[in-house]
Design a protein around this ligand. Structure first.
Ligand code: GLU
Length: 381
């Protein structure tokens, strides 16, 4: 695969996650920089008009809220940050809503914690909500759910949160808008020899050492968390860009990248789907097995999802979201995947049409037992 320029990668991405750091969006006085937000929203409207899906991951809740609560001039304790986030998030959401409404775009707020992206059931739920919102044409605006996240379950920085979101929804590209135009070999403010790194295709010790030396910027993340984000994105087969959020007057930050502004592009080695499927195949312990008839096994091998109609038996006890083995009646493993239903429910709907699921179970879940995006076929042996 030829390596694209940042401009080409950005304009070609079908599904784009853009992370906005606090320092870009919020002034030192705690006010939202509306001119900057308007320029960003121009970018969003343009990308959507040419058919791209956009998800914004925005920081700024604490920065906005702390001023309103008079919590300025010192480091905040966790509870104070949470109070600030509660106050700031509502203002932040309002600002996005107003700015995007001027382009006729609907905004949806999603607040996530680390658990929501790590626990499989919640991961699946959140992903389904993202998919639904995008299908309905809304722009999800995401932040960490700072008010409930304790120190142990906090991301603490939106760089990694944005990467997890990109992984969750199989985005093609993640753009981290920052106060610096990418990664440097050393701190460019102190070292005149510091060289800009345009392309990274592997994060090894040499690249990590650069992050340690680079300027931290204003965000809570700095370059270290940006590299952590890059690792998550690259493992998910997602391109990542670190670019400067401050664009020349009159231009949005994404327009500036498209016009050739300097940035650092992180290029994954695998395609998104294969990386995601590698995660399913390797990261989880199968909790049970679903036995399918030959027709269903053939359909799976042709890339279809697993429907209840093709299921003849279920082994073991598992929950919705657990990784299970799919076996043929002859006992041959056909694949592994994440089940959209618990084993007890599959026993009840096995052999039935998808349209009958809600009548049998009394609730309306997915039409498929394992979606093809959640299924890895076992190599023929
Ligand atoms: N979630 C925090 C906020 O909105 C920001 C985290 C970060 O700076 O990356 O204020």
């Amino acid at each position: 695969m030829p390596i694209p320029t940042p401009a080409a990668a950005l304009s070609q991405a079908k599904r784009l996650v853009v992370k906005i750091g606090s320092a870009l969006l919020v002034g030192g006085d705690g006010a939202i920089r509306s001119a900057w937000l308007d320029a960003l929203v121009e970018d969003v409207a343009r990308c959507r008009a040419r058919g791209q899906e956009l998800i914004l991951v925005s920081s700024g809740a604490v920065a906005v809220g702390r001023t309103h609560l008079g919590l300025t001039g010192r480091r905040l304790r966790l509870e104070e940050k949470q109070a600030a986030a509660a106050t700031g998030q509502i203002r932040l959401a309002h600002a996005y809503q107003e700015a995007l409404a001027r382009h006729g775009i609907t905004v949806a707020q999603i607040l996530l914690t680390l658990d929501d992206t790590e626990a499989r059931r919640r991961h699946l739920n959140a992903r389904a909500t993202f998919e639904q919102l995008l299908a309905l044409g809304a722009v999800p605006v995401v932040n960490e759910n700072d008010t409930v996240a304790t120190a142990e379950i906090r991301f603490g920085d939106n760089d990694r949160l944005a990467a997890r979101v990109a992984q969750m929804i199989s985005a093609d590209m993640l753009v981290l808008l920052s106060d610096i135009d990418g990664l440097y070999s050393a701190d460019p403010r102190r070292d005149p020899e510091a060289a800009h790194i345009a392309l990274v295709d592997e994060i090894g010790p040499a690249i990590e050492a650069m992050a340690g030396a680079a300027p931290p910027g204003y965000s809570s993340g700095g370059m270290v968390t940006k590299l952590a984000a890059a690792r998550i994105a690259m493992n998910a087969g997602c391109l990542m860009l670190i670019a400067k959020g401050q664009a020349p007057r009159g231009s949005g930050p994404l327009a500036a990248i498209e016009a050739g502004a300097r940035a650092t592009l992180f290029v994954p080695r695998a395609e998104p789907r294969s990386a995601r499927k590698a995660w399913i195949a390797s990261a989880l312990n199968p909790a049970g097995a679903i036995v399918v008839d030959d027709g269903a096994a053939t359909a799976l091998r042709r890339g279809k999802s697993l429907l209840p109609a093709g299921i003849v038996d279920v082994d073991g006890a598992f929950e919705r979201g657990d990784c299970v083995i799919v076996r043929t009646r002859a006992g041959i493993e056909a694949g592994r995947g994440l089940s959209a239903y618990a084993s007890a429910d599959i026993r009840r709907i096995a052999g039935h049409k998808s349209g009958e699921i809600s009548a049998i179970l009394g609730y309306r879940g997915r039409d498929v037992i394992i979606h093809r995006d959640d299924l890895v076929l076992t190599e023929a042996r």
